[in-house]
Design a protein around this ligand. Structure first.
Ligand code: DLL
Length: 430
């Protein structure tokens, strides 16, 4: 199902013309009203930007630029016009603060209505929204879009997992939204409480806010009896609603009429062709409060503009395989947590709950992965556990070219997340 047939399915030529017009208007506006862009774009005449290819001439905006202008210095509307403020947690340094004018909130709801509709949501559906409500954009973002769609939203937020399972049983939601790691946690808690997911009306899940893999999707779909759709977004660009997967689950459709995507080589900044993996960059052409020019997300993925069987003509992004800043360099080898996750999920003897730990002993990096044994893997012999750990370690070595120690942990011993899962502890940076 398609929420906005005109804007999601128009020809690429028609959309290009709209994007360029919006881009020119946005550049003129930010140059005039945002001191940061006044400086950045002093040599740019917006009317010289005649195609999206010309975007490559413009400077990037970095997370640090938002931090340097903390909290409201990048806002392009006066405070009287700001109706909402969110903030991203910011694990290092100051958090980034994002603002919304009334029109931005409406735009956001439209983008989420497209998202939910893309996964089959309609009026009459009930969404169990377990993204956190608060400064995080997940909870409220999904909430307003669901109401616009005309479906009922249960604003359950994160936490109190047992109560969430009871709500899944008693209220009969048909749609679920949360992080993929929390979906697994809900599946596990439900199984422990004797829930038969196949018998519940739940049919689609809208999962995002953290990287995940196809293997994880398969696992969630199998255990919860839902279709799991990847949804992507970031606070700076709007929150959730930047892109979403349709029923074909074959790349996330970018809401390109609002957020123009590019993929660049993170080292040189050069724009990469479709199909090549690199850092995702967005230009927000319609937002009032926080329009951004070529914002570097640090997320790694590739784009395709091949037609999708659903009829939407928007560019699609692959699953995010990692972030330029979550790549670990262990003994000189580049390692993304998602590569390790892929391998772990090949083994039915372990659960997809894991923690990668990196230490430095003298001058040498030492990396280990803690992963839980599944409760179905019943063995008393130490030998069997050791053999399993060696087999997993060998498969990781085959993928990464690097041996990691695999520690098999008791079932349920690794902390579960209610929001974004923490997968890496890098003690070298401490
Ligand atoms: O996580 C917005 C969101 C909420 C997206 C709910 C989807 C669902 P931030 O807290 O600003 O915003 O974090 C943004 O999370 O740059 C990615 O690194 C990561 N991320 C978000 N969605 C995905 C996804 C929200 N589907 C950062 N796959 C982004 C992989 C994702 N990573």
């Amino acid at each position: 199902m398609i929420w906005d047939v005109r804007n999601e399915c128009m020809s690429r030529e028609e959309r290009h013309a709209i994007q360029v017009k919006r881009l020119q208007a946005m550049l003129g506006r930010v140059k005039a009203v945002v001191p940061f862009y006044h400086g950045q774009l002093h040599a740019v005449d917006p009317h010289d930007i005649r195609s999206l290819g010309d975007l490559a001439e413009l400077p990037f905006t970095l997370k640090d630029d938002l931090r340097d202008n903390y909290p409201f210095g990048m806002f392009a509307v006066p405070m009287e016009d700001v109706v909402r403020i969110h903030s991203s947690s910011g694990t290092t340094g100051k958090p980034t603060v994002v603002g919304y004018a009334a029109a931005d909130i409406r735009l956001w709801a439209e983008c989420i209505a497209r998202t939910l509709c893309g996964g089959g949501g309609t009026p009459g559906d009930i969404l169990h929204n377990a993204y956190g409500y608060g400064l995080f954009t997940g909870g409220l973002g999904l909430h307003h879009g669901c109401e616009l769609l005309g479906a009922a939203v249960i604003p359950v937020s994160g936490g109190n997992t047992k109560r969430q399972v009871t709500i899944l049983q008693d209220f009969g939601p048909t749609l679920l939204s949360c992080t993929p790691s929390y979906a697994l946690h809900l599946a596990e808690a439900g199984e422990e409480m004797g829930v038969d997911f196949a018998a519940l009306p739940l049919r689609a899940a809208f999962l995002g806010a953290e990287p995940w893999t196809e293997a994880m999707r398969t696992e969630i779909q199998r255990r919860m009896h839902v279709r799991a759709h990847n949804i992507y977004g970031l606070s700076e660009v709007i929150g959730p609603g930047v892109s979403f997967e349709c029923e074909h689950q074959d790349g996330a459709h970018v809401n390109e009429d609002h957020f123009i995507p590019e993929v660049i080589d993170p080292d040189t900044g050069a724009v990469l062709p479709d199909g090549q993996s690199g850092e995702l960059v967005f230009t927000c052409v319609t937002k009032q409060c926080l329009p951004l020019v070529r914002y570097r997300t640090r997320d790694i993925c590739s784009l395709t503009r091949e037609p999708c069987a659903c009829g939407r003509t928007t560019a699609r992004m692959s699953l995010v395989t990692g972030r330029t800043d979550d790549m670990l360099i262990i003994r000189g080898v580049n390692v993304y947590p998602s590569q390790i996750e892929e391998v772990l999920l090949r083994f039915s003897e372990v659960e997809p709950h894991y923690l990668i730990q990196v230490d430095r002993k003298g001058t040498l990096d030492e990396a280990s992965v803690q992963v839980e044994l599944s409760s179905g893997f019943a063995t008393d012999t130490v030998g069997e556990v050791e053999a399993l750990s060696r087999r997993i370690s060998a498969e990781i070595a085959a993928v990464l070219g690097l041996g990691l120690q695999v520690q098999l942990m008791e079932p349920k011993s690794i902390a579960r997340s209610e929001g974004k899962a923490q997968r890496v502890v890098d003690n070298r940076k401490l």
